[in-house]
Design a protein around this ligand. Sequence first.
Ligand code: FMN
Length: 361
Amino acid sequence: MKTRNILKFVTFVSIFSGCVPVSRESFDDELSEPVEEIIYYATLAGSSHNTQPWFVEIVNDSLLYLKADFSKKLQVVDPDARELFISLGAFIENFVFAAECFGYKADIQITAKHKNDTNVAAIYLSKAQRSNYDLDQIKNRRTLRTPFHNTAISKEHLNNLTHNNSEIVYFPSYSEEGKYIASQTLSAYICQVKDDQAKQELANWIRFSNSDVEKHRDGLTTSEMGITGFGGFFVRNFYKPEDSMKDSFINTGIDKTKEQTENCGGWILIVQNEENPENWINTGRLYQQLNLTSRDLMIGFHPMNQMIEEENFEKEVNERLSLPGVIQFVARIGYVENYPPANSVRRPCNKIIKYTEKNVK
Ligand SMILES: Cc1cc2nc3c(=O)[nH]c(=O)nc-3n(C[C@H](O)[C@H](O)[C@H](O)COP(=O)(O)O)c2cc1C
């Protein structure tokens, strides 16, 4: 008992002094109902800049409404809310898997028709047999920003990832298309980091200090961005989010992005035949499935959407690749030997769950 208290004290002092980053494990939120646990697992989905643009309204045990939180929309890089709806799709995918584990079937009815619809989906829950889906897959899924091996993904693994879904396209990094995507991603990234508005928007979601992480529990932290060791300690303690707009930080980011685009086994693109919330949500569900499966195969997964976030690039890339639909999502993938634990933080469930008045908790 004494040793545990000492350990707790040491952890507290280390976090307090910025020696170690605040991680997901640093938070211990109480969840009282199975539905809250299901929602917790759903929130472990990825979202652009880790904005977590969701609310859940619980009407009763068998009806919930998923809502979009437009205050979290990235106005500059995501003016049409495509990435916001993709993030909500990823949330839904996690929700369905988690519900099955807790002995529920979740029927999803998408209600969003327009890009500014707050009401995203009605979720109907009914009792069902518990599945033996491993919830750790949801817990361990993460975005990985380290360099990957350049070896192409094997046919077998590609089948495990994509299930031959025609909305998912893969190009190995050695292919002409793969090289083209790598160069366009880097060029679009450079364009973006030189744009004052995009820079400011990113700075608004950067959480360098441990106190900022604890306060917001969203956005991009040092450990998520891969700023580790002494560099991480320094940035956590002495950098402000605005420092991410300085040339030195930007140039390091460009070097890192170049390294990332040059070190991967290939690129995954998700395409849809039409731009609308339902298709974006479907894209988000596919992205989440891919990322959930990739870890078991020791395949790193890194969304890199810059070339479709930048208008000039998006049009040209779609024309040049001429795929069976419009590109909605881009990710770099590749084999890795090291898959560190998931480290992005999440807001507490009580901040996103609302009980309807009749059913106040
Ligand atoms: C629609 C969407 C777009 C994203 N775009 C990028 C991107 O361009 N670059 C990047 O490094 N990460 C990107 N991400 C990954 C998020 O930053 C990441 O999901 C979030 O920070 C939470 O981290 P996690 O995935 O490890 O849980 C994207 C995620 C989503 C859902």
